[in-house]
Structure formats: C-alpha cells, structure tokens
Design a protein around this ligand. Structure first.
Ligand code: PAF
Length: 262
C-alpha cells in the first residue's frame, strides 16, 4: 500500500447516506472517477487496486459494504471482519477521496426483489458451492456502478470467477464503467491476500500457504485435491477451466479461494 507521510495524508470524505452521495456525485461530472468496490477489512491486495485507481483517475471512490445477499451462510456473514475505522485510515493513506459506506436499507430499498442473474459461469466453481452467491455479487455491483458512475472500476484476479462475471455483466448491459483486472497480491509465503485471512487461527495460518502451492505444483486436479486433503484441507473444488486452475478449500472453519494460471 502507498506509504505516504501524515503530512500528505488527507482523510477521505465518508458518505453513509446514498442520497447525499448522489447529490455530491454531480459535482464531479467533468472529472475522471476510479472506483474500488470492497467489503472492507482492507489489506495490501485492496491497496494495489487503490494505488492503480489513484494513478489513473482524478478522483478515487472506495465502497465499503458487507453485502448480505452474497452470503449463503448466515454464520459466514456474521463472522466476516468489519473494521471500518482502520479501513478509513488505510483509505486516507492510499489517497482515496470518497468512501461510500451505506446500510442495507439504503442499498436494498426493494428488499432484494430485483436481482441480476447470469446462468452459465455463475453456476460453476464457487457458484455450485454457494447457491445465490453470484446473484448477490452481480446485483450489488450493478447498484454500486449506477451509484458511482465511475470511468474505471478495479477488481483483483484472486476472485477470478467474480471478475469474469462482472466483466460479462458490464458488457451485457452496456455499462459505462470499464472493468479492469489487477494481479493477485500474495503474502511472502504465497498465501493470496484476503480479508478472510484475518479469521485464520495460527495453526490454519501456518497451513494455508500449502493451498496455493498445491494448485501451482500439481500436474492434475486429482493430484492437487489429494495433496490438499492430505494436508488437512477440506476441498470444495479444484478445477481447470481454460488456462487457469481454480480452487476453494476450508481450513479451521475458514473458506479460502485462489486460482493460478497454468
Ligand atoms: O470482492 C468483493 O469484495 C465483493 O464481492 C464485492 C465485489 C465488493 C461485491 O460485494
């Protein structure tokens, strides 16, 4: 993440009211806007998206919203880390201009009666294991794109299936926001950075890098699955699609996803 001194750090303006944001957004109309949508618990992976957004746009907007409609398991939603105060401090250091942090009532005035559904890629991989997950993701991203009206939006390749689906949605609906991909950021030991890593206990954290290692090193999906099971992971899936290997596992009650280019 960009390491600016406090002398150059300016706190972003935080909007918890979408009405206030919508009025304010009109004043930015002649400038370019880069957007990084997140569920908070910011880490270096988000930092790299923010850094690119900062470099390519006049203004940077960050959304922090733990979106309930993409969680198929209420316990998972409950456990999802919420760290708004430190997120805003990180956003300030990364040069974010505006943070949008709405409530459910504001994001879903329709109580989720309307949704965006894709019916091919979204049924595979994570979609097959988390029913309704991608409906929730696509719906909230559509809402956020309409609210932010960004020129560019930045997504991490760690969630590659999500990235492909959002790219597809933007094209299908002639959305004016360009969807840009940024490489996965990894810890020194190879674990892909993720907000969920905060929930790993120390034994699981020690074991977790073996996930990416197995995806990369094994020549077949069967061998990767077997290696992961032997190393104490519950394997949701390991699948090769195109030139990419995708995996999802659980360790110590935490679900991790990753993918590598073959
Ligand atoms: O990747 C995420 O953090 C979320 O799925 C997203 C894109 C912010 C939608 O809630």
């Amino acid at each position: 993440m960009k390491n600016e001194t406090s002398a150059t750090t300016k706190s972003p303006r935080v909007f918890t009211s979408l009405d206030a944001w919508t009025v304010f957004r009109k004043s930015l109309d002649s400038k370019s806007v880069g957007f990084v949508p997140t569920m908070g618990a910011l880490h270096e992976g988000h930092g790299s998206l923010l850094e690119r957004a900062r470099a390519e746009n006049d203004y940077v907007v960050l959304s922090i919203y733990v979106n309930p409609t993409q969680f198929n398991d209420p316990k998972d939603l409950e456990k999802y880390p919420r760290t708004l105060e430190s997120d805003v401090a990180i956003a300030a250091k990364a040069g974010v201009d505006f943070v949008i942090a709405p409530t459910y009532a504001q994001m879903y005035p329709d109580q989720y009666r309307y949704k965006v559904t894709e019916n091919d890629l979204s049924t595979k991989l994570c979609g097959a294991h988390r029913p309704g997950h991608f409906d929730g993701v696509l719906t909230v991203v559509m809402k956020l794109f309409n609210l932010v009206r960004a020129d560019r939006a930045y997504f991490g390749e760690k969630d590659y299936q999500q990235l492909e689906l959002i790219r597809g949605m933007a094209a299908a609906f002639f959305m004016q926001t360009q969807v840009l991909a940024c490489p996965t950021v990894r810890e020194a030991d190879g674990l892909a950075m993720s907000s969920r890593n905060l929930n790993l206990d120390s034994a699981s954290r020690t074991q977790a890098p073996a996930f990416a290692a197995a995806l990369k090193s094994q020549s077949t999906v069967e061998a990767a699955r077997e290696t992961l099971s032997k190393n104490g992971f519950d394997v949701d899936y390991v699948e090769d699609i195109g030139n990419r290997r995708y995996g999802a596992v659980r360790i110590g009650g935490v679900r991790l996803i990753d993918n590598v280019e073959l």
